[in-house]
Design a protein around this ligand. Structure first.
Ligand code: HEM
Length: 505
């Protein structure tokens, strides 16, 4: 957050406090006339005894406990936000108020199971309204309405084996080119900056079919601002983080829309049927999107496809940037882990000709390397978690989650809990051997019906990167105690400068 945002946030906070406490009082005096059809329940703190709301505090009107949540998140202590409250209230569930919403947090594996197993029964996905502003759609419907449509469209590409095989082909080619262009012949590099280039090249190749580096650089200018906007103060004035992020999103959407229009002209009247094999769709994903229809049989609008594509490229970029940069750091800090990863990857490399590309079967052999990545996800997951909305009054653990309240599931509340992961500070990939962690404790991609549809794409992209990098190089950190920045995502604060050593064959 910029200093200007902090200043404006404080003014907004004081003003909101004043207005909302007036509103709050007024609402209380008229509470008997509340509309029963409202999607959000009218239960307040006073009704706690009556319906047994989960224990907790809702902080200031509107702002609630958002500041404490943000402050802890920025320092990487998000799990403390949960632990402090579960300890104080001695429960597995507590209520709070975040982002202007009455909210419940279920901080345990049982809570995650309950949430993920009741998708569209008791809960539905909910996104903070900021998401709708950053990725707007022509019908002004919220992101959760469009998310299902998006899942259906991208599924053949990133969820079916044929589509993923095509992704592997692209990832292999992109990574080889990437090493040649940005790593070869260098003694020192900023690993974080290079990882960004890899993630963006992948996204633009896979989702847009664009492989020219200059064109990629042009399309993605300003993309870092988009991620920052998710966590920005809700003030859209010139110069604020939010304002910059919204502008960056608009510019990127219009560039992608121009690509779509051009592609449409080239395609002419050729339509791609829904029966097209996944591999063909993967080869021409843009054509697939342009001919995709919604549930009413209407072809999607180019501006909406562009908005979806910015979202896909942005999420892949942000999460891969964080995961791969933290992985490079951790491999430098744990040479024995690096050696074991190298052993596994060398065996795979030695079973192939240098010009061969990685195959689906090769990824199956990368068991240890994947355990290392999982431990990186556990300790420094790029995501925070997600949100749901209660579709009805829900009974859980003797308490009621009222209809319309939001539920926030947080990765760190289980990932950092010593009950599930003893000695959580220790980096230990062996936690993922055998049966691995207790179900619903390790949830980097979420769970249930809304589980991240990009999980396989992410796995293949990360392991491709690891395979080629460790087979070529070892490295050491140039700033051994480099600080970690947690905003907007978890990465070394100075971009992780490393000294590179070419491995001898
Ligand atoms: C390290 C990589 C990644 C991690 C850790 C990750 C994690 C997550 C998480 C935690 C969610 C929220 C799930 C929920 O609310 O229950 C999510 C949703 C989503 N992710 Fe990922 N993700 C990653 C990479 C990707 C990639 C590469 C793509 C696209 C190619 C992608 C596309 C999506 C989409 C479209 C959703 C929304 C799904 C829905 O609401 O139905 N993710 N991801």
């Amino acid at each position: 957050m910029e200093p200007s945002d902090i200043f404006l946030s404080l003014i907004l906070a004081i003003f909101s406090l004043f207005c909302l406490s007036l509103l709050h009082r007024k609402q209380k005096s008229t509470s008997t006339t509340n509309d029963n059809n409202s999607s959000s329940s009218s239960y307040g703190d006073d009704e706690e005894e009556l319906i047994r709301l989960p224990p907790g505090r809702t902080g200031f009107p509107f702002i609630g406990e958002t500041f404490d949540y943000y402050l802890k998140s920025r320092k990487g202590f998000q799990f403390k936000f949960v632990r402090d409250r579960t300890e104080q209230f001695s429960t597995n569930i507590f209520r709070t108020s975040l982002l202007g919403q009455k909210m419940v947090i279920l901080g345990t594996a049982q809570g995650n199971k309950f949430l993920f197993s009741n998708e569209n029964i008791l809960f539905r996905v909910w996104w903070p309204s900021m998401t709708d502003k950053i990725f707007p759609k022509s019908d002004n419907q919220p992101t959760n309405v469009h998310a299902k449509r998006l899942r259906d469209i991208i599924s053949p590409l990133i969820h079916k084996v044929d589509g993923l095989r095509e992704c592997i082909r692209i990832m292999d080619a992109v990574m080889k080119q990437h090493l040649e262009t940005y790593w070869k012949g260098r003694d020192e590099v900023k690993a974080g900056e290079l990882v960004k280039k890899y993630a963006l090249a992948l996204g633009c190749n896979v989702f847009l079919g664009v492989d020219d580096q200059n064109e990629i650089d042009e399309i993605v200018t300003g993309i870092d601002g988009i991620e920052a906007a998710f966590f920005a103060a809700p003030i859209n004035l010139p110069g604020t983080t939010l304002n910059r992020g919204l502008k960056a999103s608009k510019v990127m959407r219009s560039k992608i829309e121009a690509i779509l229009k051009h592609k449409k002209t080239l395609l002419g009247s050729r339509k791609i049927s829904t029966a097209t094999p996944a591999a063909e769709i993967a080869k021409d994903f843009v054509a697939h999107m342009l001919s995709s229809v919604d549930e009413n049989g209407q072809v999607l609008k180019e501006e909406d496809i562009a908005s979806h594509l910015v979202g896909l490229i942005e999420v892949g970029y942000t999460y891969l940037h964080s995961t791969l940069t933290m992985l490079i750091k951790i491999l430098a800090e744990h040479p024995h882990v690096y050696d074991s990863v190298l052993k596994e990857q060398k065996e795979i490399a030695s079973s192939k000709h240098p010009s061969d590309r990685l195959s689906w079967e090769d990824f199956r052999k990368m068991k240890y390397s994947w355990n290392v990545v999982c431990e990186v996800f556990r300790q420094c997951s790029p995501g925070v978690g997600g949100f749901r909305e209660a579709l009805t009054d829900i009974k859980y653990d003797g308490y009621t989650i009222p209809k319309g309240w939001k539920v926030h599931w947080l990765l760190h509340s289980t990932h950092n809990n010593p009950k599930y992961f003893p000695d959580p500070e220790k980096f230990d990939p062996s936690r993922f051997e055998g049966d691995g962690p207790i179900p619903y404790t390790f949830i980097p991609f979420g769970g249930g019906l809304r589980m991240c549809p990009g999980n396989e794409y992410a796995r293949l992209a990360i392991l491709t990167f690891v395979h080629y990098l460790v087979n070529e190089y070892t490295w050491e950190q140039m700033i051994p105690d480099e600080k970690i920045s947690y905003f907007p995502i978890q990465v070394p604060a100075q971009g992780l400068p490393i000294r590179l050593y070419r491995r001898k064959a």
